[in-house]
Design a protein around this ligand. Structure first.
Ligand SMILES: *[C@@H]1O[C@H](CO)[C@@H](O)[C@H](O)[C@H]1NC(C)=O
Ligand SMILES: *[C@@H]1O[C@H](CO)[C@@H](O)[C@H](O)[C@H]1NC(C)=O
Ligand SMILES: *[C@@H]1O[C@H](CO)[C@@H](O)[C@H](O)[C@H]1NC(C)=O
Ligand SMILES: *[C@@H]1O[C@H](CO)[C@@H](O)[C@H](O)[C@H]1NC(C)=O
Ligand SMILES: *[C@@H]1O[C@H](CO)[C@@H](O)[C@H](O)[C@H]1NC(C)=O
Length: 257
């Protein structure tokens, strides 16, 4: 290989790593909404994963604690819409996709309601989506083990329940790559927060709730797996049960056409 090409590849690899990804667009009712990072907070660590589950960066990723300084806009949607995230460039590892939702507080400390752009994600979160292994994924002892519904996906879509109360929210995409998760603190988390303003007449109670960090420990089953990923024969995702109650874990991913 030509040395200048090699140096170029080495330089490129420090900024954007192959197989890694970012969530960069919001999808509403089957259409990409706006430009990349218009409604999703941009991270300051390129596409590097998070590995310390006790970090506040787990909320919205590094450099994305607040949306206002990043000029992230808030998209108005309706409770009952189908939402989704676009991925730059592809979900490049074996693993799972989950989505969490947190309402900006009614009082930001000054007597006025916090906006999604000013909200740091320190409040309560519910989990609204999980996609894990393919349906009836058979274990392939000589190949890659379990089959994963998100593998190589460029997008995924999910419903925002009609029961979602009106207000401003952070919508947090969390990809969890498992290729090194048999080692402590080596599960890779890919996180991105979109800002949405939900309209509608939803009156649901958001529960069960979790805080971030606190959601996972580095020894939580599913964050730490008992063997190398090609060897595990079953997998259960970490985190609380899905809201609304009765929502099922998905085994097929609905991508954009
Ligand atoms: C997170 O846990 C690691 C050990 O796994 C520790 O070194 C670090 O200090 C912890 N960070 C925080 C913010 O608690
Ligand atoms: C990115 O943001 C984090 C806080 O989330 C900060 O600690 C870090 O220094 C920032 N990194 C860069 C390269 O600006
Ligand atoms: C999965 O297996 C169940 C029970 O064997 C069967 O009813 C179902 O149709 C299968 N689903 C798919 C997607 O193959
Ligand atoms: C809320 O309910 C009212 C009265 O039923 C209806 O007119 C309105 O369209 C609903 N709003 C939304 C955003 O669905
Ligand atoms: C598989 O199931 C066993 C028994 O229920 C459990 O101990 C183990 O943690 C599961 N493995 C994974 C990777 O979820």
């Amino acid at each position: 290989m030509n040395i200048s090409i090699l140096l170029f590849l080495l330089a490129a690899s420090t900024t954007s790593v192959l197989g890694h990804w970012n969530y960069n667009t919001l999808i509403v009712n089957g259409q990409v909404a706006g430009a990349p990072y218009q409604y999703v907070r941009r991270t300051n660590n390129s596409n590097a994963p998070l590995q310390m589950v006790n970090s506040t960066d787990m909320r919205c990723n590094a450099g994305a604690a607040l949306g206002a300084p990043l000029h992230t806009e808030t998209l108005t949607v309706r409770a009952g819409d189908e939402l989704g995230f676009g991925i730059e460039s592809t979900f490049g590892h074996p693993g799972i996709q989950q989505v969490y939702l947190s309402r900006a507080p009614d009082d930001d400390g000054t007597g006025t309601a916090a906006t999604a752009a000013d909200y740091d994600g320190s409040g309560d979160w519910v989990k609204i989506y999980a996609a894990t292994t393919l349906a009836n994924a058979s274990f392939d002892a000589n190949g890659e083990g379990l089959s994963w519904a998100m593998r190589r996906a460029h997008s995924f879509r999910f419903p925002l329940s009609a029961a979602t109360p009106p207000g401003e929210y952070l919508l947090r995409a969390e990809g969890l790559a498992l290729h090194a998760a048999h080692k402590l603190d080596c599960a890779q988390f890919y996180v991105g927060c979109a800002q949405i303003r939900v309209l509608g007449n939803g009156t649901g109670t958001l529960e069960p709730t979790v805080k971030i960090p606190g959601l996972y420990y580095n020894t939580t089953p599913g964050v730490l797996i008992p063997d190398f990923w090609t060897k595990i024969t079953n997998y259960t995702e970490p985190g609380p049960s899905l809201w609304p109650k009765g929502t099922q874990t998905q085994h097929v991913v609905k991508q954009l056409d």
